[in-house]
Design a binder for this molecule. Structure first.
Ligand code: PAF
Length: 436
């Protein structure tokens, strides 16, 4: 059955109009394609990309018996025939650009193709020619980015659709109160994956009875703005009752990775983290999931859980993002009083001092710990909770002997005697470049 499709036309190298006309003529010769109408061509400034000459742009209306992927394939072949080379800079100059904008009233969301074209509404050089051809863009569906989904089944279906479209899908689980650390997870996810979904869920299972669940910062409007800025495709914001309906009793048991450090200070914390992440993995079935290295023990627990339960998901551990003075970004930094905020970078100073001592040849564990402790002791506002050297990777206790490659982890409490102490975590790898 024939379908009406609209193709965006563009060129900014060579004989622009001649190339567009030749491309259209070639398109019209493809069996199953008839060019019905072409808008006027107009000169427009390039959007993004390196400095480059202006474009000539327009839109063509076709009638086609080809499927949308086949039509896309034809357009890409014609672009190559016109001399377009693959692998150039993103939004770089080109002798011919043929974008599939609309294909009947179908919505397509695969790794190779999104229809209606996702940036159609932002581009006057597409909107005006479409109007010329009698299409009112305001009447076209405008995909929300990020798509906000609260229903677990809908979130699962969305992800299944992406998987069927052969997308690599990235999941960025969060508890909201997003900051530049989360933004960096999203950017890394964007580089690896075709579609990226964040989750925002303050997970009650991972908070102890005396912890800050009730007052954990909830900043949904700002979070959505950050997710839009970072190009997240969707965000899952379930209610607690949707994640843990009445009668929910199952828990993931955690083991050696959860022993000591955070596991000792927060008894059911990692079981709660592993349970919610396993549930998110089961719903979304992402190809990749992204976690910050600031929570190094959490990453070790989640690696074990992913391996043990056989989730076919690549866990990507992302570097810690820091303020200019070295303080690791955390949603809980907003709790710090101005005085504590000024004192807090002592954690990173202590870690760096141990890193420098190690780089200078110190290999005795006690001596390395003493260097870090010395720095922490100079800051009375920071009450040290633990400082531990662990094996790099799985964070197992270090074997006796010289420290070659290890991770130094620290937690200190600020406002320790007040009603709301603030626990700050940080860690650094010794034997690797800073912040590796
Ligand atoms: O790191 C966090 O924010 C949370 O522990 C996580 C992984 C989103 C699970 O609730």
């Amino acid at each position: 059955m024939a379908v009406i499709a609209y193709i965006g036309l563009g060129a900014n190298l060579g004989e622009r109009e001649a190339q567009i006309r030749a491309g259209l003529a070639a398109l019209g010769r493809v069996p199953g394609v008839r060019v019905l109408d072409v808008s006027s061509l107009r000169e427009t400034a390039p959007v993004g990309g390196p400095p480059q000459p202006p474009y000539l742009n327009g839109v063509a209306r076709l009638e086609t018996a080809l499927s949308a992927p086949a039509l896309l394939g034809v357009c890409q072949q014609l672009e190559r025939d016109a001399g377009r080379v693959a692998g150039g800079p993103r939004n770089g100059p080109r002798p011919l650009d043929l974008d599939l904008l609309l294909y009947g009233d179908e919505r397509i969301d695969t790794a190779d193709l999104i229809v209606p074209h996702p940036r159609l509404h932002e581009r006057p050089f597409v909107l005006e020619p479409l109007r010329e051809l009698g299409v009112e863009p305001a009447a076209l569906p405008r995909p929300a980015r990020p798509l906000v989904v609260a229903d677990p089944e809908e979130f699962a279906a969305l992800n299944t659709g992406w998987l069927h479209g052969r997308c690599r899908t990235g999941l960025v689980p969060t508890m909201g109160a997003l900051h530049e650390g989360h933004a960096s997870l999203l950017r890394i996810a964007r580089q690896t994956c075709d579609r990226v979904a964040a989750t925002i869920f303050v997970n009650p299972l991972q908070f102890g009875p005396k912890e800050d669940f009730a007052r954990y910062p909830r900043t949904l409007e700002r979070d959505l703005a950050l997710l839009a800025r970072e190009g997240a495709d969707a965000v899952f914001v379930p209610e607690t009752s949707a994640m843990y309906p009445g009668g929910f009793v199952s828990r993931i048991a955690v083991g050696r990775e959860a022993e000591g450090m955070e596991g000792a200070a927060r008894p059911d914390h990692f079981s709660g983290v592993a349970t919610v992440v396993a549930k998110l993995f089961a719903l979304a079935r992402p190809t990749h999931a992204f976690f910050g290295r600031k929570d190094a023990q959490q990453v070790a627990v989640l690696r074990r859980m992913t391996r043990d339960l056989g989730f076919p998901i690549g866990l990507v551990e992302c570097p810690t993002v820091r303020e200019a003075d070295g303080l690791a970004l955390s949603s809980r930094n907003v709790y710090l009083s101005p005085e504590d905020r000024r004192a807090a970078p002592v954690l990173y100073r202590a870690l760096r001092a141990a890193h420098a001592a190690h780089a200078a040849g110190e290999r005795r564990a006690e001596a390395l710990l003493a260097v870090a402790r010395g720095h922490l002791a100079q800051e009375p506002r920071a009450r040290l909770e633990y400082l531990e050297l662990r094996r790099e990777g799985d964070l197992a206790p270090l074997a006796p002997g010289p420290v070659t490659f290890a991770r130094l982890l620290v937690v200190a409490r600020f406002a320790a005697d007040g009603p709301h102490p603030v626990r700050l975590l940080d860690n650094l790898s010794l034997g690797a470049p800073l912040d590796a």
